[in-house]
Design a protein around this ligand. Sequence first.
Ligand code: GAP
Length: 555
Amino acid sequence: MAFIVKKKIGEKEYFYLNENKRVEGKVKTKTIAYLGKDKKEAEEKAKKILSGKIEDKSEKKIIGEKNMEKENQEKISIEEMAVFCKRKGFVFQSGEIYGGLAGFWDFGPMGVELKNNIKKEWWKYHVYQRGDIVGIDGSIVTHPKVWKASGHIDSFSDVFVVCKKCKKASKIDRAELGKVKCDFCGGDFDEKTAKDFNLMFKIQVGENGESYLRPETAQLIFADFKLVQESSRMKLPFGIAQSGKAFRNEIAPRDFIFRNREFEQMEIEYFIKPDSGCPYEIPDEEILIYSAEMQEEKTNPKIMKIKDALKKGIIKKDWHAYWLAIQFEWFKSLGANPNNFRIRQHRKDELAHYSSDCWDLEYNFPFGWKELEGIADRKDYDLSQHEKFSGKDLRIFDEETKEKILPHVVCEPSIGVERSFLVFMFDAYTYDKKRENVVLKLNPKLSPIKASIFPIVKKEEFEKIAKNIFKHLSSEWKINYDESGSIGRRYARNDEAGTPYCITIDEESIKNDEVTIRDRDTTKQIRVKISGIKETMRKLLDGDIEFENAGKFVN
Ligand code: GAP
């Protein structure tokens, strides 16, 4: 029996055609088609599908669960990703039982693990593995003068405008007024409604005080600059990193977790002696490059080595080339598909007044190329502003010249955690036709669950070994214990959650203390000794050993 269901994601509604089927005596529901966002159109489409009238291949694409049959080269849509994330416990609309609140999301049991792993890997790569960057964790509610000095109180605003037709609010640039149409319905904007709208959330502090939720983590780094430099005895060039929550009262939050009102950033302010060059080797990375000139002359972006772009003067500063390559390498090292990335320079009309140059690392999202990370040259704008507003001397002593200098921020790599989350999810998402399920090929370092332990049958002797292994591995990693359903079902569940390894306890385990480990991506299996399982898992998760060489190969 087939029937239409409505799913609500954020403020939008999506219609699906579901079907109930009896399998082995049990009724199972499967989504067989995505029907769109409009109820009437959904009913028409369902009729056509059920009467077998849909011949057009594009219309025949099955969305919902089956829709995931798209090969990994063809990305699923952002709405489909939201459905998947909800079903597997990655992301839920915050306050969904009350209708949700636009721009706010909760991360479920899988999502919180993935998000924490992204932040952990970012911190490891930028703070632990380099000697020149230290971290801070600044407060979310900051002294209001920080935001006066930074310019956020006076100019951190977008132009708010309401559509005459659908009455929805949008943000636009002032120069676009009268030229652009509403994104939601194509209607004209009511120019009378246009106003500057500050994006900071104002809050009450104590009885009479007032401040703001921080709209970026960066300013805390500037405000703490001198304290960090002195206490950690940092010498130029050096960086200060911070990851944490940021809040922006976005006029039109959209695209699932791409543009939110509450989100997390991972930011670095990299300080140098004014005009000093980059002492580090620029990684040998090739990427699609879209300079301001190419955009102005309407020519296509070019694939080029970042080093060559520097030599040709497309990228002006060695520091910029270095940080762009380093950031791209971070995404690549965690399994992101390099073909989905490009670097785009801000045109003059986009540059913030304090920034002399800015490049974005962009990702090809299903809704187009969008900013994933901004890497701006901020010179001494922020430190000078904080000197001016605080009256404090923020200069530091330079051993070489024996003079006090105000360092420049040559690069400010700033990434959103949620946008990185989407990148890793889109690049990992694969529908395996043979297995008939989604395989989430996340890098094991990012996988929410590192291994799932299965006793092959629900019998005490098998369960005892399985529980011991679970306990042993859980002291290091997030491990799952799964004894329900057939082994096939358990594999499928774990493939969809991105679990890289499934460990099965079978008859052989009782006889000779060995278990099988199955690799998520290849479905190959090896047998390993229980006594060495933690070491084997560690090598596999760190990528220090090939799967086939980690034990006795089974198939
Ligand atoms: N301190 C510099 C700064 O905040 P930004 O370009 O406004 O620069 C940096 O933000 C990054 O933060 C963006 O590239 C994006 O990844 C993320 N970000 C910004 N606004 C966001 C929002 N409303 N929702 C989710 N992520 C956002």
